[in-house]
Write a protein that binds this ligand. Sequence first.
Ligand SMILES: [Zn+2]
Length: 273
Amino acid sequence: MINYTERISSLMEDIVARVPKLSFIDMSRVLVFARAGRTDAEGAYATCHCVCLPASEPGYYFWRDRTTGKLTRRSEWFVTKSPEIRIGTQQIDYMISFALPRFCDQMLSRSRKQVHYQGQPNWIAKLDTIVHELYHIDPERPGIRRMERADGTYSANCHGQRFFTDVVEMVQQYVATNPDPAVYDFLEHDYEAIQARFGGMVGTTFRGFPSYPQRYTEVLTPQPDSPPDVECRVEPLKVARIETAFTEDDLVMREFMPTTSRQLVRKGRFCAA
Ligand SMILES: [Zn+2]
């Protein structure tokens, strides 16, 4: 069976070693994991999740009276925090998830990327997606890269035309360095071909699949005093009790089939590279 997330991770290491614009990325702080995604369903092929953002400023929800505009009630003070993910001694800053098996079936000929890759094979669309997710990592501060507009201000959107053309440029740059085909040739196969060739596909997931670590809300204790103009009823905030810290023990292997997946029984420890 092919370990698809491990292959993507190794390919990413090769990409950041060969593409100068991405050379700041430390892949030991990036965790690649799989999410469920059927080929015939809508949804993203991949997503970049930042888990190194500092806690938010304290805040609260509030309700106003529609006619007087006065606050009628508010929630307790809370902050939002990033989950903590550690693999061994290594802190993870970003996670990149891939929808399996949908990602394997991504085709250039069915996407708007086609105009940028005239005459190139179908699987280049997958390489484009991989570079795209890496490019979301901000080189300057924890977070998702902000795209500067031509006038020097930042776009509210993390994409923009520049983003897509930068990605195309980096994909071409990577291919032009003549990487070892053994590093990327798994992208040449769609899901059916992978099944035929490798007899199955597995990927790293979190034990609580389909859930995975996400930013969460934490009620402040003790509660700060409310501002003088905010004298109103205070409602307790209902926050779900969720895991907020994860280690390699929370990672498991799942086998991905066309419409379902199953957790593999762990034989010894596996390395979540
Ligand atoms: Zn994106």
